[in-house]
Design a protein. Structure first.
Length: 339
């Protein structure tokens, strides 16, 4: 697909009018309003197990984006003809400073939009949203006592994808699968690239900027760059990147979707993370049989249909394969929304 044909692409995550809508209800947990889909479609009988799909939306948008994804995935999960081990519901919310939680619209903008605090604003929204999802993870079972075992899945898009990367360390052991669309595990390198710091200056690849000590960065940064990337912020982001690199679970299925032509969140950062992880896993799982990975859908854009197929497969795992647990899906599509 040529770059000139991008404008003809269908809107990403547009919910088909033919998709049946699941029930929608709301709940306030710790002062955070969440929206639940599919809960009222279930009977009132006590159940041992429930699958919960957590959805995090993109920057400058609202929970209505992920609401559409919830309806589509839940419909397919119920109607694809396979026997299910448990019912599924979906949960989403407005991310920090978005929708009815917006306090300062400018804080959702980037450096190029004139927001000098973009680095701090973006990262604090990611951290805060991760804390919100952790809160819901911990307390939702108390609000839904008829279920005993909660099997949690995290799906994030763009800003929500960045948040999903952080959720693995914020809620260790609480998720059984991740789907990350246009998210970045290496936000230091991503933001320094946006800031205009070239990797060639330091003799490293662009995805290795996170390895450069701050003193060395500071020595070549302009006054504006130092103001936009202060030491305190750099240390916070670097620690989050370290956790994404070293602590992301190796035995949990992960679907990564990025766009080949996406210049805002380049796919290369996710691909580099994947290569490092595969090298580690090849050593750890030599001679062992890992858990079954989610199947890939070849040559497909990260659409609702692709994602719902991946998550629906959690109910009936495919035949175990010999190699890696982690998969990336790089497409010819640009980023759907700002990240």
């Amino acid at each position: 697909m040529s770059a000139g044909s991008f404008a003809t692409l269908e809107p990403r995550f547009a919910l088909p009018p033919t998709t049946p809508r699941s029930s929608k209800s709301s709940l306030v947990v710790g002062g955070v309003q969440i929206y639940l889909y599919g809960l009222e479609d279930l009977d009132d009988l006590p159940r041992d197990d429930i699958a919960v799909l957590y959805l995090a939306h993109n920057r400058t948008r609202t929970y209505l984006v992920t609401e559409g994804i919830a309806h589509e995935i839940l419909h397919t999960y119920r109607s694809d003809g396979r026997r299910k081990k448990m019912p599924m519901i979906a949960v989403t919310m407005n991310m920090r400073n978005h929708g009815d939680r917006e306090i300062d619209q400018r804080a959702n903008q980037t450096w190029s939009d004139g927001n000098e605090n973009h680095g701090m604003d973006l990262m604090s929204m990611i951290s805060g949203s991760a804390q919100d999802f952790k809160l819901i993870l911990d307390y939702l079972p108390a609000y839904l006592p008829r279920f005993r075992n909660f099997h949690n899945i995290m799906l994030g898009v763009s800003l929500g994808g960045h948040t999903a990367w952080r959720m693995a360390s914020a809620a260790p052991g609480q998720f059984e699968a991740f789907a990350i669309v246009v998210g970045c595990p290496n936000l230091t390198s991503l933001l320094l690239s946006r800031l205009g710091l070239g990797a060639a200056t330091f003799g490293v690849d662009q995805d290795e900027l996170d390895k450069i000590p701050y003193d060395e960065l500071e020595s070549v940064m302009s006054k504006e760059q130092r103001r936009r990337w202060p030491r305190a912020l750099a240390e916070l982001v670097r620690e989050g990147d370290r956790k994404a690199r070293d602590e992301f679970p190796r035995t949990v299925p992960l679907l990564m979707c990025n766009g080949t032509y996406d210049s805002l969140v380049p796919a290369g950062f996710s691909e580099s993370w994947l290569k490092r992880r595969e090298m580690t896993m090849n050593g750890e799982f030599a001679g062992k049989t890992p858990k079954a990975p989610l199947p890939m859908v070849p040559n497909s854009s990260p659409s609702v249909r692709t994602l719902k197929t991946q998550i629906s497969s959690l109910s009936s795992p495919p035949t175990p394969q010999k190699n890696p647990l982690l998969y990336t899906q790089s497409t010819n599509a640009p980023a759907a929304q700002p990240s």
